[in-house]
Design a protein around this ligand. Structure first.
Ligand code: HEC
Length: 143
């Protein structure tokens, strides 16, 4: 056997074992963590009386960024070491619809925060949280 071929034969099993979607899965899980932390923090701040709008603007801008990242973070079949259910790719349009809804709520939230509109921001958060639950029910594994 020629040397390069031998090396390839030795490498193939390790290549097959590696999770090809590892990076994107970790990125989207990180994005969801940030989404949860920031929506929690903003929700708590909005229930208070002395709202630090500048701090909220930074958090809501980050939310817009992270939800945008999520739009491209679900390559087909990326379920290994992940709670993503295969139903995502069985009804990709419906899944995408939920992501778009989340994105829209986060944009509304950001706009309301920039306008220092407390009731508008609370409404946008509430709307966003409804979408989290709906999407998790259909597309996230309960493990
Ligand atoms: C479009 C569907 C969808 C929406 C909307 C959605 N999620 Fe998720 N979420 C998922 C899926 C799928 C996973 C599993 C991702 C994985 O493990 O790769 C997940 C995972 C998570 C995780 C766990 C991340 C980790 O480290 O394992 C958290 C926290 C989370 N979501 C919070 C939220 C919050 C908060 C919202 C709403 C503000 C939200 N999600 C909206 C689908 C969604």
């Amino acid at each position: 056997m020629k040397k390069p071929l031998l090396v390839l034969c030795m490498l193939l099993p390790t290549l097959a074992l590696a999770n090809p979607h590892k990076e994107i899965i970790e990125a989207r899980q990180g994005a969801f963590q940030t989404v949860e932390e920031n929506t929690d923090a903003i929700g708590a701040a909005l229930r208070g009386s002395d709202v630090d709008w500048a701090a909220l603007a930074a958090l809501s801008a980050q939310l817009v960024e992270q939800t945008l990242l999520l739009q491209t973070a679900f390559p087909e079949g990326s379920t290994e070491d992940s709670k993503a259910r295969t139903s995502i790719w069985e009804s990709p349009d419906k899944f995408k619809e939920q992501l778009t809804k989340l994105d829209a709520s986060m944009n509304e939230l950001n706009t309301a925060v920039l306008a220092q509109n407390q009731s508008g921001a609370s409404a946008a958060i509430k709307e966003g949280l409804t979408t989290c639950k709906a999407c998790h029910r259909s597309y996230r594994e309960r493990r």
